[in-house]
Ligand binder design. Sequence first.
Ligand code: NAI
Length: 314
Amino acid sequence: MSEMRYDGRVAIVTGAGAGLGRAYAELLASRGAKVLVNDLGPDIRGEGAGHGPADEVTRAINDAGGEAIANYDSVATSEGGRNIVAQAMEAWGQVDIVINNAGVTRSKGPIDENTDDQFLHDLLVGAGGPFFILRNVWRHMWERDYGRIITTASGSFYGTRSAVGYPASKGGAWAIARSLAHVARHNGKNIHANCIMPTAAGRMTQLMGEDIAAKMREHFMPSTAAGPVAYLVHEDCEINGEMFRVGGDRMKRVFIGQTPGYAAEKNGLTIERVRDNIDQVMSLDDGFIIPRNNTESLIDDDRVPWEKLNARAI
Ligand code: NAI
């Protein structure tokens, strides 16, 4: 079986000074990629900054015979996103892979206790990060007709008792990957964007208590998530616009399905008809579709030529 390699490829990995990002950066570098190791170096709540994490990983990669440079910008600012891409372009003249991994949880507790700053900071890192970076590299990828992009969601997106800012940012990260995947596919571009929902031992899981943290360290070290992520950013990988749960040596597809539901005649969907047919709306007995984009989610209703509407981006 041939080894999958990344020689000649340039990767940006954000939040690569620790945890999952470090595992991705080290794996890609060990297989030939040149890696920009970005890390602002804040604490788990996104406070503070330092060069230590990015420097340490960069040194480890270079000492092992790989090629890496460190970057200390925040992904959560417009300027940071611009600098990160500019530094990779200056060093190597191209960007092939962007793994948007940096994430923090500044929000804590129930929604009525969350401050504007907590909510907005989580959004700015988790969803803003991919936006600030990818908008600076998109044209480059488009013109070269090549790109492999990962955004990072979280199982909290399924619903969590924790604060809403973090999962909201993760939903945004998924939506960004899906939209970029759709526009690239629509235009026949070899740019793929996928999203992952990782599970890995790290400083976030330390917050869950020592009994679970110890089990996580046993089965979910960050390296157990790196193979799936590296596969998704390989040139041979055709997967585009999908979501996967990764970690603990497992990789699972995550998708949004839509039921055929219930259809009433024109102006017939009264409150009572909804009440009387809600079981059919909810039922999976008639199967479901997995739309890749908005148009595909509407296509089973042929009363409007949705394809034509979607041809015009709004
Ligand atoms: P981690 O806290 O070990 O690593 C995240 C890195 O991002 C840190 O080194 C931090 O310094 C850096 N960072 C934070 N804010 C930054 C900013 N504004 N700009 C640049 N770098 C910044 O976390 P871990 O566990 O490795 O998580 C990585 C990603 O996976 C995060 O997006 C996280 O939300 C997500 N995730 C992790 C899970 C897990 O089980 N570990 C579960 C679900 C999602």
